[in-house]
Design a protein around this ligand. Structure first.
Ligand code: COA
Length: 199
């Protein structure tokens, strides 16, 4: 039996998620929701958000994802959590909190996966890590045991965050950075060891 699913965001990440969905046993009929792409089936006003059709908000930018998730929920969207092909998830996100774990990522024990967390391909999240609401992990990120990420943190591809480090709300971690000490709210850090850049 085929069921409809709504994907909000027809960008690169949304199209990747569509491919992961095709690989699942359940056969989904994908309906696209995007305010800017004329090829989408719906925009946010016309989309049939309801309990029959699950919704995935597939947007990498934490702030925009939060905004779109709230807008979709207000209109009745259900946002189940998904993990795809070969992901190993040993910690439970809150049901219906829209958490996405992409192929080959590993979430170990005692990890807090808060609402709207998005984990791209091939990440490793160590024991007791806390991922704040709407945190985004880009591909191949390594977050070591006990680290804590705040609200709407964006972690660039290939970055490493050392054990027990705290990354403040809205911080941006550059691609390839090695974060060895705490990062303040709103800071952008790059390099090894990661240092703040002025914006
Ligand atoms: C950190 C980042 C957000 C900074 O973007 P920005 O604010 O536009 O900054 P700029 O590109 O103007 O760079 C500012 C300085 O930081 C340096 N820099 C930027 N990103 C860097 C990185 N990842 N590592 C090391 N240095 C970096 C630049 O060379 C520049 O140095 P300079 O002032 O000496 O010339 C961005 O470069 C980045 O790494 N984004 C992550 C992308 C990613 O992983 N996306 C995932 C897709 S799935």
């Amino acid at each position: 039996m085929r069921h409809e699913i709504l994907i909000v965001g027809m960008g690169g990440f949304g199209r990747e998620v569509a491919e992961y969905l095709h690989a699942l046993e359940q056969h989904w009929v994908i309906r696209w929701v995007d305010d800017r792409n004329p090829d989408a089936d719906f925009n946010m006003q016309t989309a049939p958000f309801d309990s029959e059709r699950p919704t995935i908000v597939a947007i990498g930018n934490p702030e925009l994802r939060h905004f779109m998730m709230d807008a979709a929920v207000k209109r009745g969207a259900q946002l189940p959590c998904f993990s795809f092909d070969g992901a190993i998830v040993r910690s439970r996100p809150t049901p219906n909190s829209g958490v996405i774990v992409c192929p080959h990522s590993i979430i170990t024990a005692g990890v807090k996966l808060r609402r709207g967390v998005q984990i791209n391909l091939n990440c490793v999240v160590g024991h007791d890590v806390e991922l704040g609401e709407f945190a985004t992990l880009s591909p191949s990120v390594d977050i070591m045991g006990g680290a804590k990420l705040g609200y709407q943190v964006f972690v660039g591809a290939g970055a490493t965050i050392l054990p027990n480090v705290y990354v403040g709300d809205h911080a941006v971690i550059g691609a390839g950075a090695v974060v060895v000490r705490d990062v303040p709210d709103y800071a952008t850090v790059v390099g090894n060891p990661a240092k703040a850049i002025k914006r």
